[in-house]
Write a protein that binds this ligand. Structure first.
Ligand SMILES: [Zn+2]
Length: 248
């Protein structure tokens, strides 16, 4: 069993990357029934590839990735789409440096989002979001262009945004970066909530966080690539283990 290669599909197409990213998100604690989506800006047009509606993140293959153009037209036209397409469309039009967007309802993100503005980094996973995490204090689904524009304005040039009582959005210059951001942010939020629940006081100073941030940002691309490669190998091993189990 090979979860990475799909017969008849080039392994490096954006649709393939988006579907792989969806399965990684599911494996990394971003499950919420059939909700949450991942998209990638298309190469030649002001369009984007995005997961279709009705499937869990774990069920997505490259055949379940549709193309949405600037007017909202979907290819193939018969597929069901998520209601939050304006979230993606407005972020892509306001952030030309963004080529991929992940939106999930990860449980810890929902909990953390209920206490807006009380975020602080107390782990390596949290450092990349210091000064780069925004909060959207509106629990509505992002189903209109106006809400999409408000979300984009609140995110500004940030890396991620928590949506009150709803979940998270992360952006990246690549699918890999948007997914790694979502994985690290979820872990950082889980660590922070665990620290709060166990009454651990904050121990990292602003200076210590700034020093770590400088170190991580200097090797940002290599760090993202290394984490992504691990996540792909982890997904492959999980699929192999399930296959062995089924065939025994
Ligand atoms: Zn949502």
């Amino acid at each position: 069993v090979d979860v990475i290669a799909e017969p008849g599909r080039a392994a490096d197409t954006l649709a393939h990357l988006v579907s792989l990213g969806c399965r990684i998100l599911h494996a990394e604690g971003h499950e919420h029934l059939c909700f949450g989506h991942l998209s990638a800006r298309a190469e030649q047009h002001d369009s984007f590839h995005i997961k279709i509606a009705g499937l869990g993140l774990d069920e997505v293959t490259s055949r379940d990735i549709a193309l949405v153009d600037q007017s909202g037209a979907v290819t193939p036209p018969s597929v069901r789409m998520h209601d939050e397409l304006p979230l993606h469309r407005e972020l892509y039009s306001s952030r030309l440096d963004v080529n991929a967007i992940a939106h999930t309802h990860a449980e810890v993100a929902v909990v953390a989002s209920l206490e807006l503005s009380r975020w602080d980094a107390q782990s390596q996973d949290g450092v990349p979001f210091v000064g780069r995490l925004a909060f959207f204090s509106n629990p509505e689904l992002i189903t209109t262009a106006e809400l999409g524009r408000q979300l984009a304005a609140t995110l500004g040039d940030g890396r991620a945004i928590l949506l009150q009582g709803h979940g998270l959005v992360t952006v990246g210059s690549t699918v890999q970066e948007a997914v790694v951001n979502a994985v690290q942010l979820r872990r950082a939020l889980a660590t922070r909530l665990l620290a709060r629940a166990t009454n651990v006081e904050a121990v990292m100073s602003a200076g210590q966080i700034a020093a770590l941030d400088e170190q991580f940002e200097a090797k940002r691309n290599a760090r993202v690539d290394t984490i992504w490669a691990y996540l792909v190998r982890h997904l492959e091993r999980d699929a192999e283990a399930r296959h062995v189990h089924r065939t025994q």
